[in-house]
Design a protein around this ligand. Structure first.
Ligand SMILES: NC(=O)c1ccc[n+]([C@@H]2O[C@H](COP(=O)([O-])OP(=O)(O)OC[C@H]3O[C@@H](n4cnc5c(N)ncnc54)[C@H](OP(=O)(O)O)[C@@H]3O)[C@@H](O)[C@H]2O)c1
Length: 570
């Protein structure tokens, strides 16, 4: 008789399924930083359905989705499943894996015990009308991401998967490498090959954001394999070198530009002209790499809010911006004039179907796409790997965690990334020659008002509301130990009351509802630039700080202040 539970570095005999297994669990009561949200526990091995298989996990890949699962944002995955009728009060994540089939369901004919597989994360119901009629199952309302939307992912000794998710493991790869690429690889493949006439054609220029990241490293190689000319966008010169080794024709360092984020309003002529000049300079950087004036026919997008305006601007007439994420935010702004007059396509894309996952796997098996596994973690370091990703301190390419392979596979050499410096937004300064005039020469210091109304971080909402009413102001600065840490506005107070009882809202403090780290400017910033900044961010005021004391605002520049100037007779 077999053992009830096997150690992590002691695989059970082939085909023997113990009662229990080691796993990394996320529980709602621990939502927060991944390093404390994930905990190792022992749980029962799940039963499988007729169309499923049980795979003994050798290695698991690390992806963003389980950073989200760990923090509970943007959704509580456990609550979502419980609402759908599942009982387990925990989440076992993991959407990438390599492993060995240990048990097959009664209706499975394409797999047998002992098969070595990699697993793609697309699951759906075979009973769905779209699936039954041969439609793309990623359009099915039953589509779920295994190990994120579903429980029993790869962060455990055994994982339960639908048989169609399993593909042959490329034999030339280690277990760790074969467990690390499918989520990003298959997603990138669909983006570049799955959109009809916008599939990459030979000699097409393909702009790949985050070229040294998980998706980007796959995109460069896939575009190259399809005959395209990939150009990467990165944030450091060493990443540029890495992308070149993957096949990029060249790279653009995005830190050379500062026009990111939501577009200036089209009525803001000064702000818009400035934005367009930077976007054009970015486009010229592409031409410089190519040695000719050609724009990307395909723009491979995932940063989202920060970069979409530029992606649409530089995309070739009739080309496509294809996007699968919004890492920097979801409210991307689009200047529709570029979209319709130049007939560009903005296309959403989400993971891949079986055929696309298989096609990607074949590119990997043929050694035309490398998994770019840059760091392999021991089983005990799984939470730490997610914490690195959460803090954006993870290495280039893809990461894997050893599960069963801990017993057989030594770690591959580690290539860790230097810490990436924070972006600092350089406030444009007025640089005029003596006697020279400037069309927008007013400075913030001339329009702002001095003095601030403040409240403590612990002030209750009613107190803050009274403060705003008594002072006839729309917002107050929130302070803690004499330092400004946020701003609380009328809007924050009104929204905090929404969906809450009077008692619940009454228990909230300024610290609970404030907007932290409010945007600031300095007195010698051009007023025109300050207006552009406010309009782009959708805010009505900037706090004014002096460089010698950046945490203590000395005044406010609000739309009312600017209106007062407009109302003044000449
Ligand atoms: N829907 C799907 O099917 C699907 C599939 C896979 C992944 N995703 C999502 O796609 C996103 C990226 O995944 P990943 O695995 O590639 O992550 P990753 O390895 O962390 O790469 C993301 C890259 O984005 C770049 N980046 C970060 N901030 C940026 C900014 N402000 N502007 C421009 N670029 C920025 C970074 O490169 P630089 O700093 O060098 O520019 C980074 O390398 C995640 O949100 C993930 O959840 C979606």
């Amino acid at each position: 008789m077999g053992k009830r539970l096997y150690d992590i570095d002691n695989p059970p005999p082939l085909g023997e399924v113990p009662e229990q297994m080691h796993a990394w669990l996320i529980r709602p009561e621990r939502f927060g930083e991944p390093v404390s949200s994930f905990k190792q526990e022992v749980v029962d091995v799940p039963e499988i359905r007729d169309d499923e298989v049980l795979v003994y996990v050798m290695a698991a890949g690390v992806n963003y989705n389980n950073v989200w699962a760990a923090t509970g944002v943007p959704q509580d995955v456990v609550a979502a499943r419980q609402k759908a009728g599942e009982a387990e009060p925990f989440h076992i994540g993991g959407s990438d894996a390599s492993g060995i089939v240990y048990k097959v369901g009664a209706k499975v004919s394409n797999l047998a015990v002992g098969d070595e597989v990699v697993i793609h994360c697309g699951t759906w119901s075979a009973e769905c009308a779209i699936v039954r009629s041969g439609g793309d199952p990623t359009y099915s309302p039953t589509f779920r991401t295994w190990g994120y939307d579903t429980n029993w992912g790869s962060f455990a000794q055994f994982t339960r998967v639908q048989a169609h998710q399993c593909l042959p493991r490329p034999k030339h790869l280690s277990w760790a490498s074969s467990g690390s690429y499918m989520v990003v690889g298959a997603s990138a493949y669909r983006m570049l090959a799955g959109w009809g006439r916008h599939a990459v054609r030979p000699n097409d220029v393909v702009l790949c954001w985050g070229g040294a990241g998980g998706l980007g490293s796959m995109a460069i190689q896939i575009a190259s394999a399809m005959g395209g000319v990939p150009i990467a966008v990165v944030s450091s010169d060493d990443k540029a070198e890495y992308c070149k080794r993957l096949g990029a024709k060249g790279s653009i360092n995005r830190r050379r530009f500062g026009h990111w984020g939501i577009l200036p309003h089209w009525k803001d002529q000064a702000g818009y002209a400035k934005w367009r000049a930077e976007a054009r300079a970015f486009g010229e950087a592409i031409w410089e790499i190519l040695g000719e004036r050609r724009n990307p026919r395909i723009v491979f997008e995932h940063p989202g809010e920060s970069t979409i305006p530029t992606s649409i601007y530089v995309c070739q007439r009739g080309g496509m911006v294809v996007i699968c994420a919004g890492t920097t935010g979801y409210n991307a702004s689009v200047d529709l004039r570029y979209l319709w007059t130049r007939q560009k396509r903005l296309q959403g894309s989400h993971f891949a179907n079986d055929d696309q996952a298989r096609a990607l796997n074949e590119l990997v098996a043929a050694k035309r796409v490398d998994p770019c596994t840059s760091q392999v973690f021991a089983w005990d370091d799984l939470a730490h790997a997610h914490q690195l990703m959460h803090e954006n301190r993870h290495p280039y390419g893809n990461m894997a965690v050893l599960v069963g392979a801990q017993a057989v596979e030594a770690s591959v050499p580690v290539e860790t990334r230097d810490s990436v410096p924070e972006v600092t937004y350089r406030q444009p300064r007025l640089e005029l020659s003596p006697g020279e005039t400037h069309p927008h020469r007013t400075l913030v210091g001339e329009a702002m008002h001095e003095g601030l109304v403040t409240c403590s971080v612990d002030a209750k909402l009613a107190e803050v509301a009274r403060l705003l009413l008594d002072n006839h102001i729309h917002a107050a600065v929130v302070t803690k130990d004499d330092t400004a840490i946020g701003v609380v506005s009328q809007t924050d107070l009104v929204l905090a009351r929404q969906g809450r009882s009077r008692q619940q809202a009454g228990a909230l403090t300024a610290g609970d509802v404030m907007t932290p780290d409010p945007l600031t400017c300095e007195p010698d910033m051009l007023l025109a630039d300050a207006v552009t900044l406010m309009a782009r961010q959708g805010i009505h005021r900037l706090f004014v700080t002096r460089p010698e004391n950046p945490n203590v605002p000395v005044g406010v520049l609000s739309f009312t202040d600017i209106l007062k100037r407009i109302a003044r007779p000449n």
